[in-house]
Design a protein around this ligand. Structure first.
Ligand code: HEC
Ligand code: HEC
Length: 352
């Protein structure tokens, strides 16, 4: 069955088998070193029971059937794999996720070093991933996985008023939870502050798995640095540094939408620090520049003047024809032919 496995995978499989299955001692794995390796997983996996990010919670994962954590939507491939997460199975999966369970959705290329795999398994086992998961699952309140705004609104039962006898006016505190947009002039920025230096560790933990150590990005995730001077090219690289007109958008977007799969989990201070990290990575501010509600709107982005208000009127300057219009319509171009969908070498994207 391992015919498709490449050499390194077979090598790792041997290393993994040497861990043994039933042993209680975490064999060769070094828990502390495994904690560092787990940083590559933490963007998508939490160890708290029931806390799902982009990937399922790994609480109690060792010994349980694949695809069975409650309230997580797995791929069919994972659910129907028939795999049980013994330490051996985990080791094989982490070596090359796409090969071990074909068609599963974990967007992670795998760990190259057998030691890293043994270490991370040891760490998972020591941190609630073992079969005897801490009883916290029963007692502790489940960690909410929906954004606070959605949770608050869901919790407030409709009172049956209003014009249609449905619902009730939103309370100011409910509106406040949704009212998180930040304008270029700084309106909407919350109190708090942060520097790139402070943001660096957090970046490694919450963002680097997808966007790379410096924002250069892995695979097809968006790059957040570089691209200067490419806007006039046929295939411009639009990044925060090369394209975005306002620094406020970085704060707004990160606060609203990132990390992917765990949106709105960042505090204001963390968002300031990560915004500073991204601006510093684009050489726009220094490592220790303090970003807050006052300093952020004063930054001018390199491409701020590349945007202008388009003066096309909202309505056409002529009376649109509403009846007895043209008898026949002549097609003068098709998207395929006039080439609005670029193809060819320059635009090739690598797919793993
Ligand atoms: C980019 C996000 C991402 C990263 C990084 C990632 N995973 Fe996953 N992982 C997922 C997703 C999504 C799934 C569910 C896959 C499916 O349903 O096909 C998953 C599934 C799993 C499963 C199966 C769990 C179950 O309940 O059956 C294990 C075990 C696992 N990942 C371990 C790891 C470990 C260990 C790492 C780090 C070395 C890691 N993952 C890195 C997203 C990720
Ligand atoms: C699991 C992968 C993943 C993680 C982790 C992640 N991102 Fe993203 N990020 C994405 C994806 C995918 C997009 C594009 C989303 C879209 O276009 O709808 C994106 C888009 C962005 C963008 C906008 C890029 C652009 O040019 O439009 C920024 C800024 C960003 N992420 C910052 C962050 C920060 C800061 C963190 C850490 C707190 C983070 N991301 C964590 C996957 C990730």
């Amino acid at each position: 069955m391992f015919g498709f496995l490449d050499r390194s995978l077979r090598f790792a499989a041997v290393a993994a088998l040497s861990l043994g299955t039933g042993g209680t001692a975490a064999a060769a794995g070094d828990v502390e070193a495994g904690g560092k390796v787990f940083r590559a997983c933490a963007a998508c996996h939490a160890m708290e029971p029931g806390k799902h990010r982009l990937g399922p919670s790994l609480a109690g994962v060792i010994g349980r059937a694949a695809g069975t954590a409650e309230a997580f939507r797995y791929s069919k491939a994972m659910e129907e794999s028939g795999v049980v997460w013994t330490e051996d199975a985990l080791a094989l999966y982490l070596t090359k996720p796409s090969a071990f369970i074909k068609g599963n959705r974990m967007a992670f290329p795998g760990l190259r070093k057998p030691d890293d795999i043994a270490d991370v398994i040891a760490w998972i086992k020591a941190n609630g991933g073992g079969a005897a998961a801490p009883p916290a699952a029963a007692g502790a309140a489940p960690v909410p996985t929906v954004a606070p705004a959605r949770a608050a609104v869901a919790a407030s039962a409709p009172a049956g008023g209003g014009r249609y006898g449905l619902g009730r006016p939103a309370k100011p505190e409910e509106i406040a939870l949704w009212d998180i947009d930040v304008r270029p002039d700084g309106l909407g920025l919350p109190p708090g502050h942060g520097t790139a230096t402070e943001g660096e560790a957090l970046w490694g933990e919450r963002c680097a798995a997808c966007h790379g150590d410096f924002g250069e990005a892995f695979g097809r995730y968006p790059a957040l640095i570089g691209g200067e001077g490419t806007l006039a090219r046929e295939f411009p690289e639009k990044t925060i540094g090369s394209y975005w007109p306002y620094a406020s958008t970085v704060f707004d977007y990160v606060h609203r939408a990132m990390p992917y799969g765990d949106a709105q989990s960042l505090t204001a201070d963390e968002t300031y620090a990560l915004t500073a990290f991204l601006l510093a990575s684009n050489n726009l501010i220094d490592q220790d520049f303090v970003l807050d509600a006052k300093s952020l709107p004063q930054l001018k982005m390199p491409n701020a003047d590349g945007f202008y208000i388009h003066d096309t009127p909202d309505f056409p300057p002529y009376e649109p024809c509403m009846k007895d219009c043209k008898k026949s319509v002549e097609i003068t171009g098709r998207a395929r032919i006039i080439d609005v969908t670029p193809e060819g070498e320059d635009n090739a994207v690598s797919v793993e």
